[in-house]
Design a binder for this molecule. Structure first.
Ligand code: PLP
Length: 417
């Protein structure tokens, strides 16, 4: 091969041998999810004509209507709203929350501080930005315990008559914690419903789709949301998001997305429909490629002395691989190494910058076909202690291996290893 040093290539082969059982277990999940997606397409008689775009109001766009039905089936939900009109994951989650919450209600996150971009959706009283708090929707959260589990004492004490929505974030996001498996989320739903069956359990499912055999809606979550720029877009969908769950809640979210009384009945798909279908079809397999890459990355970074979360042998429920680096130089070398392995934009050098919605400078590697697409190999790191780098995605396993090896090569060149 001689693309890397003999030593590094030997390391790669040793790591592949070490992780082979874990990698094989991923294939089993891919099979189950791929078949589930095909079943949903077949049940709804998806045909070529469904892929045609629509314009104007797009009343009775059959491709859009069937897409919602297919998503609902795949996610084990009553209803779904899958639209290119969602600009990002944050927009999708915000739409779901504003859809079901009313002034005087409280949103209670039980998995600790949510993802950075949601802080401004929650907002502050009188911020004038139309945040939840600006509309008189209060917010509370229960921090996770030291061991990473939810704190049931704090949750039971925190739920009041104002509590309307319980928020759960499946993925670790930019936090050094474990992600929550679908089984754990199912257990949370059971305990919440035992406290008050009227509480609406909302799950931020970003990065989780198709990493396990089941989804949060399969185990009782009332409403979930995610981004087509991540897993379920399959690297093909050009933009969008989805909301799935109980029919009444999905409908309320649709009223928020368009207008009350109109909901999901309008919305031109323009040229996006085929890509959203095809992306969903490919997603289970591509998520599998990315997960294999994450397992490889964890094993390789552990070998060179970094602590990783999850460790290579641990169960996975999202795409994110966190690596604890010793300082900003390693962190920057890591992100720049991933960029050097990209097929797109490998010639640009990422630098830290202030991103809208984030509270610290962030450095990102994203040599992607879809801008910011994070089912594609990408890496990000907020420049803050304790210098944790996050990588996710990879449309092909071979690409992730290439990225990880590049990263280690860059660190060696800079005498950081
Ligand atoms: C990515 C992500 C979001 C926000 O999605 P954007 O597309 O970045 O707006 C929210 N929650 C989690 C857990 C995420 O991973």
């Amino acid at each position: 091969m001689a693309r890397f040093t003999e030593e590094l290539e030997q390391d790669m082969i040793a790591i592949e041998h070490q992780i082979k059982d874990r990698v094989q277990a991923v294939d089993r999940i891919v099979d189950l999810n791929q078949w589930k997606v095909i079943d949903a397409f077949q049940n709804h008689h998806v045909s070529d004509f469904h892929f045609a775009g629509s314009t104007g109001y797009a009343y009775n766009d059959r491709g859009r209507e069937v897409l919602d039905l297919v998503y609902a089936d795949v996610f084990g939900a009553e209803a779904a709203l899958v639209r290119p009109h969602f600009a990002s994951g944050t927009h999708t989650i915000s739409t779901a929350l504003f859809g079901v919450l009313r002034p005087g209600d409280e949103l209670f996150y039980i998995t600790g501080r949510p993802y950075d971009t949601l802080h401004k959706v929650i907002g502050s009283v009188g911020d004038g930005h139309g945040s939840l708090l600006d509309f008189g929707i209060t917010y509370r959260e229960a921090a996770l315990q030291e061991d990473g589990n939810v704190d049931w004492t704090a949750i039971e004490n925190g739920i009041t008559t104002a509590t309307k929505v319980i928020g759960i974030q499946r993925s670790r996001g930019y936090d050094w914690r474990s992600s929550f498996t679908v089984e754990q989320i199912g257990e949370m739903v059971r305990r919440i419903k035992a406290i008050n069956p009227e509480l609406i359990v909302f799950v931020d499912n970003c990065y989780g789709e198709f990493t396990e055999e089941y989804e949060p809606t399969d185990v009782g979550a009332d409403l979930i949301a995610g981004s087509l720029i991540k897993n379920p877009g399959g690297g093909i969908a050009e933009t969008g998001g989805y909301i799935c769950g109980k029919k009444q809640y999905v409908e309320l979210a649709a009223y928020r997305l368009t207008a009350p009384g109109i909901g999901g009945e309008v919305g031109a798909m323009m040229g996006t429909t085929r890509g959203i279908y095809q992306g969903l079809f490919l997603a289970p397999t591509l998520v599998g490629q990315a997960i294999k890459g994450s397992i490889f990355a964890a094993a390789m970074f552990e070998k060179v002395g970094f602590v990783t979360k999850p460790a290579w042998h641990e169960k996975r429920t999202d795409l994110i691989q966190a690596i604890s680096f010793t300082g900003p130089e390693h962190l920057i070398a890591f992100v720049q190494g991933i960029q050097l392995a990209a097929a797109v934009d490998s010639h640009v050098v990422p630098e830290p910058w202030e991103m809208p919605g984030y509270e610290h400078p962030v450095i990102m590697a994203a040599g992607t076909f879809i801008q910011g697409g994070s089912l594609e190999l990408s890496a990000d790191a907020p420049i803050r202690e304790p210098y944790i780098g996050y990588m996710q995605g990879g449309l092909t396993y071979a690409h992730v291996k290439y990225g990880v090896l590049k990263t280690i090569q860059v660190m060696k060149e800079r005498n950081l290893l």
